[in-house]
Design a protein around this ligand. Structure first.
Ligand SMILES: [Zn+2]
Length: 255
């Protein structure tokens, strides 16, 4: 069992959180399974960036599509340990288009979306982690396949909390790693913009930086990143409203 101890990293982090937005208190080691009921936990759609003919960045002996898939598998495992159900947009070295990824995510009710990538810069000195979210969504109206099953559609306002999710994930990455803080950023990246659920895209470090590439080449560092992402997701999930109750249950309750 893991002993929860406050860390120096956490203390220094407290100063950063004001500009990181969202969380009112700093994330810390948590035991989510005890704090959250599995029935109300969101399903996490884990998106490994790139794949197949879309390699992403290729630097310092690493190919982004491979690193992102390994990170995604590790994030999925960490999330499952914390009690989350997960959906992966790809599990193999396969090409999946951006619209296909968003469409898959939009089929999952009461969900979160986390896309995993690695960065590249023309300057080999660029380093650090950053988390993107979209301020405006472009998503189709929900298709209520089970008309009448849900009491009411989930309001859009409730779903558009990507900035908060980004804040928790970024803070957790800084808590767990020594990586530089490039902050959370609003940017209309396709997958976060077209996903109805709260959605973020994590850039877990620069493959173009020899030091970060060496770290990202190791299973230990990837595991650290995965743990941080999963814990950030879990912290955010604690703030989510429960899923809407099925109408049939409501009807019984009011009889
Ligand atoms: Zn990428």
């Amino acid at each position: 069992m893991e002993v929860v101890t406050p860390t120096v990293g956490l203390l220094t982090l407290a100063g950063c959180l004001t500009f990181l937005v969202a969380p009112e208190e700093a994330p810390r080691d948590i035991h989510v399974a005890a704090a959250l009921s599995p029935s109300t936990l969101p399903v996490v759609v884990v998106d490994a960036g790139h794949g197949g003919r879309d390699e992403g960045a290729r630097c310092n002996g690493l190919v982004e599509k491979n690193v992102s898939l390994d990170l995604a598998v590790r994030v999925e495992q960490r999330l499952q340990v914390l009690g989350f159900k997960t959906v992966m947009t790809r599990r193999a070295d396969a090409y999946v288009s951006l619209p296909e990824r968003a469409e898959l995510a939009n089929q999952v009710e009461h969900s979160l979306f986390v896309s995993l990538h690695c960065n590249k810069s023309p300057s080999s000195s660029a380093t650090g982690v950053e988390t993107f979210f979209a301020t405006e969504k472009v998503v189709p109206e929900p298709e209520w396949t089970f008309v009448g099953f849900f009491a009411k559609p989930e309001p859009m306002a409730r779903a558009d909390r990507g900035e908060n999710l980004a804040g928790y994930v970024q803070a957790s990455l800084l808590n767990r790693t020594e990586a530089g803080n490039r902050g959370i950023k609003a940017r209309p990246l396709y997958v976060v913009r077209h996903t109805r659920a709260p959605a973020v895209l994590v850039e877990a470090g620069f493959l173009s930086n020899p030091f970060e590439a060496r770290l990202l080449g190791t299973p230990e560092y990837r595991e650290l990143i995965a743990k941080a992402v999963a814990e950030g997701v879990a912290e955010f999930a604690r703030t989510m409203p429960p899923p809407p109750k099925p109408a049939t249950q409501l009807a019984k309750a009011t009889r």
